[in-house]
Design a protein around this ligand. Structure first.
Ligand SMILES: Cc1cc2nc3c(=O)[nH]c(=O)nc-3n(C[C@H](O)[C@H](O)[C@H](O)COP(=O)(O)O)c2cc1C
Length: 197
């Protein structure tokens, strides 16, 4: 087993003028400095992700699931991931529809893999969004990471692409340490015994 795990950092918002890529870029920098991961940033704005789904469920269709051809690079990157960080804002006390659509077009790509969260927003720092994501990802048999990062009122607490809180890189390291532990444990388990989903 190679020492580095493939980490996919998902930019969950696709809104015009969004802040998501700034947060994702900082998270990617922390993950590269951590050293335990091959880091990829996947920006949902770069893919066609229709709200209308096929009749069948991706849970049972496997590779035969009829996704739009242009979604193939997204699907293969999710499939190749050993670990995920979802970077999410909070929209009306939840996470954006773009992220839900990307999740729902897939199933096995999330199964038996660890998922961590970095959120941002107003006073609540995106925590409502993360609570909802934890619930959703459990249905997909993903393992959610307890320690996340939440950035409340990011419009006053970030400058030049960096959070002003000097403790933030330390929180990121804790998240990444936990994510790396789960990535190794679950990758080894997936390679040893097929997950009984
Ligand atoms: C439709 C919408 C709903 C929002 N609802 C909330 C909310 O419930 N709580 C919150 O803290 N911020 C809320 N916000 C503020 C967003 O967290 C903030 O605009 C953030 O920048 C959005 O992320 P983005 O720039 O990556 O799209 C909302 C923003 C939008 C566009």
């Amino acid at each position: 087993m190679s020492e580095k795990h493939t980490l996919v950092i998902v930019v969950g918002s696709v809104r015009e003028g969004r802040f998501g890529p700034v947060v994702a870029s900082w998270v990617a920098e922390q993950a590269r400095e951590h050293g335990g991961f091959e880091v990829e940033v996947v920006d949902l704005a770069e893919f066609e992700i229709p709200l209308s789904l096929p009749a069948s469920s991706p849970k049972y269709a496997g590779d035969a699931y009829p996704r739009p051809e242009s979604m193939a690079p997204l699907t293969s990157r999710l499939a190749a991931a050993d670990a995920f960080i979802l970077v999410t804002p909070e929209y009306n006390h939840s996470y954006p529809a773009s992220l839900k659509a990307a999740i729902d077009w897939h199933f096995t790509q999330w199964t038996a893999k660890p998922v961590a969260f970095v959120s941002y927003g107003g006073a609540a720092g995106g925590r409502h969004a993360v609570l909802h994501l934890e619930n959703v990802l459990t249905e997909l048999h993903a393992v959610t990471i307890r320690d996340g990062l939440a950035f409340p009122n990011y419009f006053t607490t970030w400058q030049d692409g960096q959070p002003l809180d000097p403790a933030a890189p330390g929180y990121a390291k804790t998240l990444l340490d936990q994510l790396a532990w789960w990535a190794a444990a679950l990758r080894s388990a997936r390679e040893t015994v097929p997950y009984p989903a």
